[in-house]
Design a protein around this ligand. Sequence first.
Ligand code: TYD
Length: 208
Amino acid sequence: MSKGKFIVFEGIDGAGKTTHVELLANNLRALGREVSLSAEPTSLESGKAIRRALSGAEKKTECQMAAMFVLDRIAHNTDSEIGIETLTERGTDVISDRYYYSSLAYQGAATDYGWVKAMNVGSPEIRRPDLCIYLDLLPEQSLERISRGRESVEIYENLEKLTLTRNTFLSVIEDLRADGESIYIVDANRTPEQISDDIFNIVKKHLD
Ligand code: TYD
């Protein structure tokens, strides 16, 4: 039995990650593959602590946040039940809504990029994905979608920050591509069907 694939979706807030994680899972299941969906922050204790901090209920410094995301990511990799290692070893594909690209973009911009990169890609307990799909949306388009669909606006969600984050994401992608990672930029300002077809064609090329 071959190992499952570990696929990550990234993008600024409102880019449609949640939708496309699900559409890709359906497409892969239709091929007869086992698929498990996950997200960061995770539903584990380490992820719940991050949610409390993001809501503003527990004040943390930017470096504390960067470290908390690393802790949660290690749990995401190594948890004996829902961990990426366990699942992919069993032959299950894992699709994650966000991964270390988010840390490099958000915490990398807010603290020290080299430090955040080293903690993440340098960790023996944080694996590199088989591929990453970056859903690309302009900050203005993102903000429009966010304000349509949500009532509470989290701390990372304003135009200036979205612009900084998108620019940082694009340079993170360049940097990690130079390390040999497979990262695809998909135009997210189209119909869900067009986007989903594009994504499935990309992913199919990476299946054994
Ligand atoms: P979430 O509610 O999952 O946002 P979305 O539905 O847009 O994915 O909250 C995740 C928030 O956490 C989001 O604002 C980005 C932030 N984040 C980081 O800053 N660093 C990280 O490493 C990760 C995984 C998320």
